[in-house]
Design a protein around this ligand. Sequence first.
Ligand code: ZN
Length: 433
Amino acid sequence: MPAQTLTRRAYLHFGEMTFTGRKNIVLRSVSMEEKVYVQDKNGKTLDPTNPARARKLLNKGRAKVVQRKPFTIKIVDRKKENSYTKDVTLGIDAGYKNIGFSAINEDKELISGVLKLRDGISKKLEQRANYRRNRRHRNTRYRQPRFDNRKREEGWLAPSIKHKMNSHIKLVKKLKEILPITKVIVEVAQFDQQKMQNPEIEGVEYQQGTLQGYNVRNYLLEKFDRQCVYCGKEDIPLEVEHIIPKNKGGSDRVDNLTISCHDCNQEKDNQTAEEFGHPKVQEQAKETLKSTAFMNIVRWKIVNKLDCNYTFGHITKKNRIEQDLEKSHINDAFIVAKGKNQKRCIPIKAKVYRRNNRSLQTNRKTYGRSIRKQKYPLSPGDLVKYKGEICEVKGMFNYGKWVRMKDSDGNKLNSNVKDVKLVKYREGLSFVS
Ligand SMILES: [Zn+2]
């Protein structure tokens, strides 16, 4: 891939899943390699290979396919003890919505990508509680209430947080199944938490020029989505701004600070945000940045459970800028793994899916809505064999008797469920491409 300027849309289309905030992005000239992951006859990990060599091994019958995404083969006549593998370092850019990962050895990047986490878990649990409450009210009205007798175990985490933490651990486990990883480094926090435990509560003050000031500015940029809170402009230089001006008694504390463009800052001048016509900014500033709160809770748990090394975001940022790489989860992970001149590989996408397909059916003709009681035999994302070809299940219809599929060329197919054979259920944490 030559060095080129890509528009925002083109860049997104290119397979990167994060957008950096600039309209024109100049990518460093890189050629990316495709990888095939290799296990020995006992399923132990070996150095990955290229597609051509993997094809040869498969044609000769020396290898078998283990999984398709990411493509992994098993060499049936090789033992790990008899082969040499290079040390592999895995870098993890821990996150609230996305996890970046990149594994490198001394001369190549072996895997890289972004794992998208679930959201809306607490909303779904709330909904479930409501259905349950209504159901109990309908069916067992006079039973003693029994909602107040549960004790939370020590170290209890909210389900949404627990999911995010477990996904980090599961991702590392999955990558260890395909690569001979010898060292794991996790970026535990965006901001140096030693210097800034909880900026909103502890009243950290903004001091321009100091490291602390540098951190507060980055914190504010992250918190307000890297756009001016007043006019919403992106991709322009942004300034730290006092919501209540200092001469009206406003403090330097983080909960009185926001981010705006130069023009808005000038125009607002001596007014409070409310007087300037933006009453909501004040409330927004009072909220702690969610992702920071999340990392505060789980960062040491992740490090302890993985028994790994860790680093901080501001170190990553400094090194990334030194190497002239764009900000993305993948590049951050590459830097976290201490990547330098390694040849990069084609990034893959991964996602965590819900593991059940029970759903509230709202579209039943002439009937009320109901919860489908029975789980259908197949769910979206499962792999099945149909007429000798591997297809991906898109959904089921006709009360679970028929299945809708997509073949490898993207053609839509329908079939009776009796005519397809299950190859593999989709897993919670799946590699998509
Ligand atoms: Zn503005």
